[in-house]
Ligand binder design. Structure first.
Ligand SMILES: Nc1ncnc2c1ncn2[C@@H]1O[C@H](COP(=O)(O)OP(=O)(O)OP(=O)(O)O)[C@@H](O)[C@H]1O
Length: 279
């Protein structure tokens, strides 16, 4: 995998174009045996088509819950979520998003190609079309030579690339990612970040990305949404003004300025920076 230059991600200060995700007045309260847990409080967020937005905040502040609300895996206690112009529930039925998690979650008995093909089988896509799409996706994530391998024969980064290919298989306009690179070593993680930017640019997919790492959020995102400690509220949204995103950006003063802005917003939100990695 080579380092990737990704342009066209500038304009962070412009208002987000409407369209991919609209979250209005969302509260999430869980009833537990120990009483009510207020996970999200008054979340309003608009995410434009083709945007890459990260969610960051201290452990337990509701990042995964917010992602699950967008995915309609949790119905918010209050408020409204519109995905791809329709209620989140309809978007789920229409498979308008793909998901990728920290654990790649591949089926060990299926080949790499078989794993990527799975959502297309569920979708009822014709066999010839499936084969074509799988080949295209394995090319996209740089795993064309590993189509017949089993997940257990791949490195962690390669497994994550299979998971991303699988999530993208039905061409969802939206990709929801929950700490997808959290279990990878630092170098692999940086390579995967560059890969994700390239894939996002090539496919135009909107990405909502949960992370604990401030540099990861700044490197990837046009906007970093900072949540306060539970109950998760939006403490601030940090626009990241990087015209080009390649490895050299990691030494760019604007990259460091973004990191400082996110860190200060975390502190300003009353959040101890604990649970958030400065690396
Ligand atoms: N299904 C559930 N039932 C009850 N409580 C829940 C449920 N899901 C999440 N919570 C609670 O909601 C709060 C937010 O959890 P969530 O997993 O969204 O946080 P997070 O910011 O993703 O945390 P982390 O960074 O540690 O992964 C936590 O207090 C958690 O215990």
């Amino acid at each position: 995998m080579t380092s990737t230059t990704t342009s066209g991600l500038a304009g962070a200060h412009a208002a987000a174009p409407a369209g991919a995700v609209s979250i209005r007045g969302v509260d999430q309260v869980f009833a537990t045996r120990g009483g009510e847990v207020r996970a999200l409080d008054g979340i309003d967020l608009e995410i434009g088509r083709g945007e890459l937005v990260s969610l960051i905040g201290p452990s337990g502040c509701g990042k995964s819950t917010l992602l699950r609300v967008i995915a309609d895996l949790v119905t918010p206690t209050r408020g409204e979520v519109v995905v791809n112009g329709k209620p989140a529930h309809q978007a789920r039925l229409d498979q308008d998003y793909g998901m990728a998690f920290q654990a790649a979650g591949l089926l060990p008995w299926r080949t790499v190609a078989g794993n990527v093909e799975l959502p297309l089988e569920v979708h009822g896509t014709k066999r010839s079309e499936r084969r074509e799409r799988v080949a295209e996706l394995l090319d996209l994530v740089g795993l064309a030579d590993f189509a017949k391998a089993r997940p257990g024969e791949l490195s962690g980064g390669m497994q994550q690339r299979v998971a991303i290919a699988r999530a993208l298989a039905p061409r969802p306009p939206l990709l929801l990612m929950d700490e997808p690179f959290g279990a990878l070593d630092e170098m692999t993680r940086e390579r995967m970040q560059a890969e994700l930017l390239r894939i996002g640019t090539e496919t135009g997919t909107t990405v909502v990305f949960v992370t604990h790492s401030i540099p990861e959020a700044v490197f990837l995102s046009q906007r970093v949404v900072v949540l306060s400690a539970r109950p998760g509220r939006i403490a601030g949204i940090v626009p990241v003004d990087l015209a080009e995103r390649d490895e050299s950006v990691r030494e760019d003063p604007r990259f460091f300025a973004g990191i400082t802005a996110v860190r200060e917003t975390l502190r300003g939100g009353g959040a101890p920076v604990g649970g958030v990695e400065d690396r």
